[in-house]
Design a protein around this ligand. Structure first.
Ligand code: NAP
Ligand code: MG
Length: 478
């Protein structure tokens, strides 16, 4: 019987955001040159072209930003809460109005498929500002009755490259709603949407110094952590850097929240609707090329359905389209950087050397840019590096279990504790397993679902503190 092949029609996004040739530092409500006069290139990881020159902030620039934030704090914390709310709503509305342009910019600078930045990153970023604007004048209800909440002061915020605008929104929106001022440092490889947000904040007429954005690299982040003018550090990134930050701040009496890495178990029971579970596996690991801290990167499958799941997943990954992030049909975009691509290759090599079986979707890779096809490992042993370390790429490690107790034991056998998934048709089993998993977020019969009203954060080496919801407000109140 003849089978009609699926024909692929490219659907390139036509909107192009305005990108400046060169970006300064956003300090005290104005764009300023860095002390060193040094700028660095930011590129498009899908074709390695240079998008813009971005200012490199050293300790002196960071100090300028922190001093501006101190003055900004005096202004912002004295505003009537309802007036703060109005300004945060203004930011939220502008993000929503410019969502298409911001989505394209996010995909150009970070490599993620336009479908994801358009339908997830940017709308969620807007939603975080809307949600927290609503809290700004209702904070007395966020705490115990009768307590009058006070902001903490100047917050240093450091974000990673995997959800650049969204992570900036997760940090800025609650800090501002609670009356704090901020110095935010975006990741070196993805500064452009944070700088677009600085433009939005400039236009929204927030008092000068309330939000300062300093670009640079890890040393810029370290200068922020070491600056004595900061009252709190909120960090999202790797567990290694999180530990360094915690050590540097030990004994200094500053507030600190750490959102770190993960190696989430996605647990599939034999009674689960397997078609849906396979979609959940795909969403869990291939979303954003697997550059997701809460990715379902360890698949635990009940032994009786292992072969069935592997067969379904093998054919499903062949249908995932890898390529131009700005093509609306693309499922797997570019890996964020050459460094990250090398890390993925290194861990995949270790998996093969340690004896796991590697399965990869066959597809043609673009001539330029950083790409890695959807892949998974079977025959994985819990001691393998690919079962323990974060790959942070589109690579899944599959293991099996026989009983619910064994599933729980294997799921918890990790230094991390950020998230987990459970797939079963039985409601009581879902609840029982969820109660025994040591993970900050547990999804039942779904994966990678987010909402500004639900708290997010980890246990163990995935960090501490919560972002989102009422819990997240507490992290920004004295
Ligand atoms: P990373 O290397 O830890 O970097 C995160 C941020 O910290 C970046 O802005 C980075 O700057 C900065 N930084 C680097 N060294 C620093 C230092 N010594 N002091 C202060 N800041 C420093 O992490 P990444 O590789 O960018 O991001 C991936 C990691 O983040 C993964 O482990 C992932 O699981 C985790 N993550 C966690 C969450 C969560 O909510 N739990 C969310 C997203 C990502 P440069 O990039 O400019 O070097
Ligand atoms: Mg880094």
């Amino acid at each position: 019987m003849a089978v009609t092949a699926f024909t692929y029609a490219p659907a390139p996004e036509r909107v192009r955001p305005k990108i400046r040739e060169r970006y300064g530092l956003f300090i005290n409500g104005a764009w300023t040159a860095p002390n060193s006069e040094r700028y660095f290139e930011t590129i498009n990881p899908a074709d390695e072209t240079v998008l813009a020159q971005v200012a490199y902030a050293e300790a002196q620039d960071v100090d300028r930003a922190v001093r501006a934030a101190r003055k900004g704090f005096e202004r912002w914390s004295k505003l009537k809460p309802a007036d703060r709310a109005k300004l945060i709503y203004r930011i939220a509305r502008t993000i929503t109005e410019r969502s298409r342009e911001l989505a394209v910019l996010e995909s150009m600078n970070g490599g993620k498929p336009i479908r994801e930045s358009r339908d997830f990153d940017i709308p969620e970023a807007g939603a975080h500002f809307f949600y927290h604007a609503g809290w700004a004048d209702k904070l007395e209800w966020a705490l115990r009755a009768g307590e009058m909440p006070a902001p903490i002061g100047v917050c240093g915020q450091i974000v990673p490259w995997n959800f650049p605008l969204l992570m900036a929104a997760w940090k800025l929106a609650p800090a501002l709603a609670c009356g704090n001022s901020v110095v935010l440092k975006p990741a070196e490889t993805t500064p452009l949407t944070a700088l677009a947000l600085a433009q939005i904040i400039e236009e929204a007429d927030l008092p000068a110094g309330v939000v300062n954005i300093v670009t640079g690299d890890g040393a810029t982040g370290a200068a922020l952590v070491d600056n004595d003018g900061i009252d709190k550090i909120a960090f999202t990134g790797s567990t290694d850097v999180g530990k360094v930050i915690q050590r540097r701040l030990a004994g200094k009496g500053k507030r600190i929240t750490l959102e770190l890495g993960g190696k989430a178990a996605n647990v599939i029971f034999a009674d689960a609707p397997l078609d849906q579970a396979v979609e959940g596996i795909v969403q869990g690991i291939y979303f954003n090329q697997g550059h997701v801290c809460c990715a379902g990167s360890r698949l635990l499958v009940e032994e009786s359905v292992h072969d069935d799941i592997v067969a379904r997943l093998t054919s499903r990954i062949r249908t995932l389209r890898l390529g131009d992030p700005l093509d609306k049909n693309t499922d797997i975009g570019a890996i964020n950087s050459r460094v990250q691509l090398e890390k993925i290759h290194e861990l995949v090599r270790s998996g093969i050397e340690q004896g796991a079986t590697f399965v990869q979707a066959e597809c043609e890779l673009p001539a330029r840019g950083f790409f890695f096809p959807a892949s998974f490992f079977t025959n994985v042993h819990p001691s393998h590096r690919i079962a323990r370390e974060e790959i942070f790429g589109p690579v899944l490690s599959i293991m099996t279990f026989r009983t619910p107790d064994e599933a729980i034991e294997k799921a918890n056998n990790t230094p991390y504790g950020l998230s987990a998934g459970i797939w079963t048709a039985e409601g009581s089993k879902n609840m029982w397993i969820a109660q025994h998993l040591r993970a900050g977020v547990v999804w039942c019969n779904t994966f990678n679902k987010f909402d500004p009203s639900s708290p997010f954060g980890g246990y163990k080496e995935s960090g501490f503190g919560r972002e989102g919801g009422v819990h997240g407000l507490h992290e920004y109140l004295a």
